[in-house]
Design a protein around this ligand. Structure first.
Ligand SMILES: [Cu+2]
Length: 136
């Protein structure tokens, strides 16, 4: 009995609480918005990720050219070349780690670059083709 009464009293004698409730809800909504925008700033959508988190990058071989011709990547990045021409191409660097066989159309070749440096490469079948991977 007395408990019921005191509860009723809390509700009826608390106009301050009732008035402040909408404000508190607004404050919580604002806090939620802040948390959301902070989360978006920390975890940007895929495609806008900072380059430091990129671990795989593609180079296409098309029209007898590597594209992009010069590619700068952080160390630890795996670069994958894919031949889009119907002519075979290879990926050959002075550095022994870059040494593909002839790639037919739609075939790929990957190298993971750990050591910073400038890696020049070309196509053993077409000496005019050249590319550079800069590992930072
Ligand atoms: Cu070629």
């Amino acid at each position: 009995m007395s408990q019921t009464t005191s509860r009723a009293n809390q509700f009826s004698s608390g106009p301050r609480t009732i008035q402040s409730a909408p404000f508190r809800r607004l404050a919580w909504n604002l806090a939620g918005l802040l948390v959301l925008s902070a989360a978006q700033a920390c975890f940007p959508a895929v495609g806008t990720a900072p380059s430091a988190t990129v671990t795989a990058v593609a180079v296409s071989i098309k029209d007898f050219a590597f594209s992009p011709q010069t590619l700068t990547v952080p160390s630890g990045t795996t670069v994958t070349w894919t031949n889009l021409d119907d002519e075979p191409h290879s990926v050959r660097g002075a550095d022994a780690q870059i040494r593909s066989d002839a790639l037919d159309q739609h075939e790929s070749y990957s190298v993971r670059f750990e050591k910073p440096g400038t890696y020049k490469y070309g196509c053993s079948l077409h000496p005019k083709m050249s590319g550079t991977i800069v590992v930072q």
